[in-house]
Design a protein around this ligand. Structure first.
Ligand SMILES: Cc1cc2nc3c(=O)[nH]c(=O)nc-3n(C[C@H](O)[C@H](O)[C@H](O)COP(=O)(O)O)c2cc1C
Ligand SMILES: [Mn+2]
Length: 474
């Protein structure tokens, strides 16, 4: 059975030693963020903060749900020690068939209903995550539910949200993301606000899919069901016709006003820097909050790898980019988005069937939500082995001819290498590193690799391996 909620997930992780439950009172102001950050940087466990300063007993905070692949495996009902390759294989398989969600009438997320003048966002232990953040971030591991008014496509996305005051929030809504695209393309021209529901503390897989990278027009709820191997239960919101995971801990309902900007940021972000300029984004006006008794808020203490953002990007983008190459008929051997590249970098290995495959790979991957760096290596380089990849870059990539740059592209406001102005305007550039020798060199002119496999005849290799112990090695 899939986990219905974070409560069941936490119980399972207690058994495997993948969560620490802190009973001692912890300050929501930086202390919780620092504890989770330190745990993330040490590949430590998830954290359940059971008592937060200034908040009543029962109001808890859960952090770092999926900050390593072990916990993704647990959430998917797989053995925690499964290899990344086997995890990905199962992930790809389950995603082939979405499971339609089921709508239920009664839901735990409606235990308590607060509306109108009683709404106070500060009733919940929202953390101040990093020093220098522009405010307390309520949305760092959540689902923003929105709907296309024409097609009725219901999207789940995860885009950071900051508390502004008791009844208002503000968050980054980059137009290339699905929820924001509907806001800017459909609601803004009509001069209408867009209804939203922010689901905090849904089951781990539902939260995961909101942050992973599915296609425009596709419903993340179906993929959550597929990954859980059980449909997600949804319930209609209290004040609008959006549907949210019934077992979520807290639901915040209201409208996003594209014409009412509020100041947002900065925020310590996934590349490992606080780089997004403080600027305006649309206001989230809150009309109602519903929540479970003794609610468990969620947090991702985002920053230097590895945390939940990098794990979601590694799994979600590895799946997506493989799909894109296959759909475009581009041959490749393997592909990996390493967590240490924060999702900005992808490594693709190929056995070049023709010249300039690297350039083609770069062009295909750059049509989607794109990596900034595409590293193309030969098929004998293990894309999961960063030592081997560094060796390929250092020895096969011509410092000028090996690197193709693409200017005038969409950038990320969060990527630290852009100028302040570029980040503000979302202006970007991309680069492909071709770490393969040109096919036109042929066998004759291509330098031969000097390692055990490539540097000796098979008969010598066999002899050495057979006699290895008799030489005196262990
Ligand atoms: C923990 C976490 C935080 C994220 N924060 C943001 C964010 O603030 N802004 C953003 O545009 N994307 C953010 N993302 C990435 C998006 O969630 C991701 O692109 C996802 O595909 C968005 O949903 P969509 O494809 O339906 O637009 C975050 C992802 C994770 C896992
Ligand atoms: Mn989407």
């Amino acid at each position: 059975m899939a986990f219905a909620d974070n409560r069941q997930f936490i119980e399972a992780m207690k058994k495997t030693g993948d969560v620490v439950c802190i009973k001692k009172e912890v300050d929501w102001d930086l202390e919780a963020g620092a504890i989770a950050r330190y745990s993330n940087e040490k590949n430590g466990p998830a954290v359940l903060f059971e008592k937060l300063k200034d908040y009543p007993p029962g109001f808890r905070l859960f952090s770092s749900a999926l900050a390593n692949f072990r916990r993704v495996a647990i959430a998917m009902g797989l053995p925690p020690e499964i290899s990344f390759q086997d995890l990905l294989k199962e992930y790809d398989k389950r995603l082939q068939k979405p499971f339609k969600p089921v709508v239920v009438k009664d839901a735990p997320c409606k235990d308590v209903v607060v509306e109108g003048k009683d709404v106070d966002l500060f009733d919940f232990p929202t953390p101040m995550i990093h020093e220098g953040d522009g405010g307390r971030y309520i949305g760092t591991w959540h689902i923003l539910v929105t709907k296309d008014p024409d097609t009725k496509w219901s999207n789940w996305g995860m885009y950071r949200v900051m508390l502004y005051d008791k009844k208002r929030m503000v968050g980054m809504l980059s137009p290339e993301q699905h929820g924001p695209a509907v806001l800017w393309e459909k609601y803004a021209p009509m001069k209408k606000p867009m209804p939203f529901a922010l689901a905090i503390g849904a089951d781990p897989i539902s939260s995961y899919v909101a942050g992973a990278f599915f296609g425009r027009g596709e419903e993340e709820s179906g993929f959550a069901g597929a990954l859980r191997k059980q449909p997600v239960e949804l319930v209609k919101c209290h004040t609008n016709d959006l549907h949210v995971p019934a077992h979520s801990e807290i639901i915040i309902e209201g409208e996003i006003h594209p014409d009412k900007p509020l100041m947002e940021g900065p925020f310590g972000e996934f590349p490992g820097y606080s780089a997004s300029p403080r600027r305006t984004w649309p206001m989230y006006k809150v009309n109602a909050i519903t929540y479970r008794h003794d609610p468990i808020m969620t947090m991702c203490s985002v920053g230097f790898p590895t945390d939940d953002v990098h794990i979601v990007a590694a799994l979600g983008k590895t799946h997506l980019y493989k799909k894109m190459l296959k759909e475009n008929g581009v041959p490749f051997t393997d592909l990996f988005v390493p967590p240490s590249g924060t999702g900005l970098l992808v490594i693709v290995s190929i056995d070049p069937p023709h010249a300039n495959v690297a350039s083609r790979i770069g062009r295909v991957l750059m049509t989607g939500r794109i990596p900034h760096f595409v590293i193309v290596v030969d098929g004998d380089v293990d894309v999961y082995n960063m030592e081997a990849v560094m060796h390929a870059i250092s020895t096969k990539c011509h410092p000028i001819r090996g690197i193709t740059t693409h200017d005038h592209d969409i950038g990320s406001p969060l990527a630290p290498f852009y100028t302040h102005e570029e980040r503000k305007l979302g202006i970007g550039a991309k680069a492909v590193f071709d770490c393969t020798f040109p096919v036109e060199w042929g066998i004759e002119k291509t330098p031969k690799k000097v390692n055990f496999i490539k540097g000796y005849p098979g008969s010598v290799q066999d002899k050495v391996l057979k006699n290895w112990k008799s030489y005196g090695f262990k």
